[in-house]
Design a binder for this molecule. Structure first.
Ligand SMILES: NC(=O)c1ccc[n+]([C@@H]2O[C@H](COP(=O)([O-])OP(=O)(O)OC[C@H]3O[C@@H](n4cnc5c(N)ncnc54)[C@H](OP(=O)(O)O)[C@@H]3O)[C@@H](O)[C@H]2O)c1
Length: 452
C-alpha cells in the first residue's frame, strides 16, 4: 500500500521519511540499549561520511543492475543528513554516546529498504496494429526510454506492428536503440480467455501506462455481431474487454508507482459520440444505457444495453459512453483505495483514414472521407489522433490530474484544439457508473474489488 500523495514532491518526501525513520529508529534503539554510555563530559563526534554512504548505496544498486536517478541520490543524501541531525539530538541530552560506524553500517544494511528506480518504464497499448494506436506506439518507441507491449488481436498482427514501427522510424532517419523493448503480444479483446492469458503472461511486471485504445464499430450493419463470449461486439470489445483487462492488470499498474517518480496512468480512448449533444453524437440515435433492461432481459445475449431495438451505430456510441462511465467509476474506486493511479480518457476527433470505417459500406466511406477531409475540413489525421493519445499518456501536465476527459475539438490555428472538456450528463451519473461496473462483473463472470 502506498502513502497517498498528490505530487511527486510529496512522494519523494514520503520515501525520504521511510528511509530515515527506519535507519534512525534502528540507531536510537541501539543507543538506548547500549550498556557503555560513558559519563557526562566526554564527547566524541563522528559524522557519517555522506559521500561515502551515497557511493556505497550506489554501488549496492549497481550490483543489482539498477540505475539511480538524481532524485534518488538526493533522497539518500537527505536521509543521511537527517541521521546526522538525529545523532546530535541524542548527544544534546548530555549523555556521551559513541556509535561506532561499523555498528551504524550494520544497522543501515539490515534496515534500509532498497528502493529500485527503473530507468525504462512500461506501456501496454491495445489495438496498436492500425490507426491511432499504431501511430502512438511508434511515438512511444521513438522515445527510446519505454518498453512498449504491443497488445494486438493476434500474435501475427502484433509482430507485424513491431516491424512497421521499426520501419517507420528508420524511414524517418530515426533509430530504436533496443528493438527488444518492443514486445509483441496477443490479446483479443473479443475473447475473455485470450485477455486472461495475456494478463497472466505479464506476471507481476510493473505497468506504468495502460492504454485502452482498441475499438470497433459496425455502423450500418443490420445483424448483431458478437464476441467469442457472445456479447454484442462493440460493447463486448470496447468496454467489457477493457473492463476485464484493466481489472486483471490493476495490481501491475499500481505496483509501478513504487519504482517510478511518476504516477501510473490508465488512458482510455473514448469519443465525443458518447454525448448525444455533441456534433458527432447527435447524428442518428444517441448513446444511452437506460436501466440496463437489455441485460436484465437477455443476459449476455443483450443486443443494446438499454433493451431498445438494435442499431449498430448506437451500440458503438453506447460502448464509448461505457468507456467514460468506467473511467469515472474506476477513478472513484481508486481514490477510495488511496491509489497512485491516474485515470484519464479522451476523444481523438473524427479520423476517417484509420481502419475504423472498414466495416461500413465502401462507397459511403469514400464519400464521407472526401467530405470530412477535403470539403468540410473537419477530420483529424491519424497522426493527430496519435498525438492526442501520446499527450494523455506522457504529458507532465496530466501528472496530477485524474478523472479528466480531453476532447479534440475544431478550432484554433491548426483547425483542432485538444483540451480538457466536460462529458455528457449521463456519463456523470455515479449510480449508473456503479451499476455498469456490477453488470460488467456479472457479464465477465468475475468480481473485482479495488483494494490495492
Ligand atoms: N476513427 C475515429 O473517427 C475515432 C473517433 C473517436 C474515437 N475513436 C477511437 O479510437 C480508437 C482507435 O480507432 P482507430 O480510428 O485507430 O481505428 P482502427 O484503425 O480501426 O484501429 C482499431 C484498432 O483496434 C483493434 N481491435 C479491434 N478489435 C479488437 C480486438 N477484438 N482485439 C484486439 N484489438 C482489436 C484493431 O485491430 P484489428 O486490425 O485486429 O481489427 C485496430 O488495431 C478506438 O477505440 C475508436 O473507438 C476513433
Amino acid at each position: 500500500m502506498y502513502a497517498p500523495s498528490s505530487t511527486t514532491t510529496t512522494k519523494t518526501t514520503w520515501m525520504t521519511t521511510r528511509i530515515t525513520s527506519s535507519v534512525v529508529s534502528s540507531v536510537q534503539r541501539r543507543v538506548q540499549l547500549s550498556p557503555h554510555n560513558p559519563p557526562v563530559g566526554r564527547r566524541r563526534r563522528r559524522r557519517p561520511r555522506r559521500a561515502a554512504a551515497v557511493a556505497a548505496a550506489t554501488n549496492n544498486n549497481n550490483n543489482n543492475e539498477c540505475v539511480k536517478t538524481k532524485r534518488e541520490m538526493l533522497t539518500l543524501t537527505a536521509a543521511m543528513s537527517f541521521l546526522t541531525f538525529q545523532r546530535e539530538q541524542v548527544r544534546a541530552d548530555d549523555e556521551v554516546v559513541v556509535v561506532e560506524e561499523e555498528e551504524v553500517a550494520t544497522a543501515e544494511k539490515e534496515e534500509e529498504p532498497v528502493i529500485v528506480m527503473r530507468d525504462i518504464r512500461t506501456v501496454v497499448i491495445t489495438g496498436c496494429n492500425h490507426g491511432i494506436g499504431l501511430d502512438a506506439a511508434t511515438k512511444f518507441a521513438k522515445t527510446n526510454n519505454l518498453q512498449v507491449i504491443l497488445a494486438c488481436r493476434t500474435m501475427a498482427k502484433a509482430k507485424e506492428a513491431k516491424y512497421e514501427i521499426l520501419d517507420a522510424i528508420a524511414a524517418e532517419g530515426g533509430r530504436v536503440n533496443d528493438p527488444s523493448l518492443l514486445v509483441p503480444a496477443e490479446c483479443d479483446l473479443a475473447d475473455l480467455e485470450s485477455i486472461k492469458t495475456f494478463a497472466t503472461s505479464l506476471g507481476d511486471e510493473p505497468i506504468d501506462i495502460l492504454c485502452l485504445n482498441a475499438g470497433v464499430q459496425y455502423a450500418g450493419s443490420k445483424e448483431v455481431n458478437r464476441t467469442k463470449d457472445g456479447f454484442e461486439v462493440s460493447m463486448g470489445t470496447d468496454h467489457l474487454g477493457h473492463f476485464y483487462l484493466t481489472n486483471l492488470l490493476l495490481k501491475n499498474v499500481e505496483s509501478a508507482a513504487s519504482s517510478s517518480t511518476l504516477k501510473p496512468r490508465i488512458v482510455i480512448t473514448a469519443s465525443e459520440v458518447h454525448d448525444p449533444e455533441s456534433p458527432g453524437g447527435k447524428v442518428g440515435r444517441g448513446a444511452g444505457l437506460g436501466n440496463f433492461d437489455g441485460i436484465k432481459e437477455d443476459g449476455a445475449e443483450f443486443e443494446l444495453m438499454d433493451g431498445s431495438e438494435f442499431d449498430a451505430d448506437k451500440a458503438y456510441k453506447d460502448s464509448k459512453l461505457a468507456n467514460i462511465l468506467f473511467a469515472n467509476e474506476l477513478n472513484r474506486r481508486l481514490r477510495l483505495a488511496n491509489s497512485q493511479i491516474n485515470v484519464v480518457s479522451f476523444g481523438p476527433g473524427l479520423i476517417t483514414r484509420s481502419n475504423f470505417f472498414q466495416h461500413q459500406n465502401p462507397v459511403f466511406t469514400k464519400v464521407f472521407d472526401f467530405a470530412a477531409n477535403d470539403l468540410l475540413h473537419v477530420a483529424e489525421t491519424v497522426s493527430g489522433g496519435g498525438d492526442c493519445l501520446i499527450k494523455m499518456a506522457l504529458d507532465p501536465e496530466l501528472e496530477n490530474k485524474t478523472g479528466v476527459y480531453y476532447n479534440n475539438d475544431l478550432g484554433g490555428d491548426t483547425g483542432h484544439i485538444f483540451h480538457e472538456a466536460s462529458t455528457s450528463k449521463e456519463s456523470m451519473n455515479t449510480e449508473e457508473a456503479e451499476d455498469l461496473w456490477t453488470w460488467s462483473e456479472a457479464l465477465v463472470g468475475e468480481e473485482f474489488d479495488v483494494y490495492i
